[in-house]
Design a protein around this ligand. Structure first.
Ligand code: PAF
Length: 284
């Protein structure tokens, strides 16, 4: 099993991509912050299904962390990541240093309106400008035919779809379904922070969303279903940031008949902030 080539500069990235592109090969990009788990690998597999070449970026993007957040302690395991990417057949890893992504004197920020409003932005107002800026750079640097992002970060996905459309970036954005542990917990690099007892309790988040989603699809009033979900999540020891039913396309609080909906939640347990979301069918 050979390890994928690793490049750290935009110039080397482009030099590697050029012959592939000249040979008419399609290129898929899977952007990550490392600490890879099966959820990331499922995105790589989507890349293989969509393109001849799969590139994974590993960059813990400082711009999407507030000074009070976990940038310094965010899990990092570059060697382990490379092994997983080798096993998954990734062709190239782009692992820039911060100075390559944000050169001295840089002064450009990408901000997205629309789906950025509320939800994650209420707790993390800096977050989407950081994500939108780095993802725009990655999409320009790599110019992939397709880029794959997990639905676990559903609002992030909506923001990325919006910036790709608005800036006319010629990359197709593809969503990968959330991968879950056998007990339902959505896979996340931050799950590594959970102590044993909190890890056990954390299943309440996905369980409450599943129950509420089912109740709403069965015709229960959304408000009542959301109240029950919040109670169940709090009873497990979480402090809730939000539990909301939104239009799945616009993320607006006013859902539209005939349009899919999304139930989204963020909550903290033992100092760890977890997010999750599930699809809720449209009402006709
Ligand atoms: O979802 C992530 O891991 C990050 O937000 C992303 C999209 C790689 C941007 O840094």
């Amino acid at each position: 099993m050979s390890r994928p080539a690793v490049v750290t500069t935009v110039a080397d990235l482009r030099a590697h991509l050029k012959p592939w592109r000249q040979a008419g090969e399609r290129i898929a990009l899977v952007p990550t912050m490392g600490a890879l788990h099966a959820g990331h690998i499922s995105l790589v597999q989507i890349g293989h299904a969509r393109a001849e070449r799969v590139v994974t970026s590993i960059f813990v993007n400082p711009k999407q962390f507030a000074p009070t957040e976990d940038l310094a302690t965010y899990p990092r395991d570059f060697d382990g990541d490379l092994e997983k990417l080798a096993a998954a057949g990734v062709d190239l890893v782009f692992a820039p240093e911060a100075g390559e992504m944000y050169p001295e004197g840089e002064a450009t920020v990408v901000t997205v309106g629309g789906p950025s409003a509320g939800l994650e932005s209420d707790a993390r107002p800096h977050f989407f400008a950081g994500v939108a800026t780095v993802v725009t750079k990655l999409l320009i640097q790599c110019a992939p035919d397709v880029a794959i992002f997990g639905e676990k970060d559903f609002q992030q996905l909506a923001v990325i779809r919006t910036l790709t459309r608005d800036l006319a970036l010629p990359t197709e954005i593809v969503a990968g379904a959330t991968m879950r542990e056998p007990d339902g917990l959505a896979m996340s690099s931050r799950n590594l922070y959970l102590g044993k007892e909190d890890r056990r309790r954390a299943t309440a988040l996905s369980a409450a969303l599943a129950a509420a989603g089912e109740a709403i699809e069965d015709g229960a009033p959304a408000d009542a279903a959301l109240i029950s979900a919040r109670r169940a999540i709090e009873a497990a020891g979480f402090t809730i940031d939000y539990v909301e039913l939104r239009d799945a396309e616009t993320l607006s609080a006013s859902t539209r008949p005939g349009k899919p909906r999304r139930l989204l939640a963020a909550a903290r347990i033992g100092g760890v902030r977890l997010i999750d979301n599930i699809a809720v069918a449209a009402v006709e």
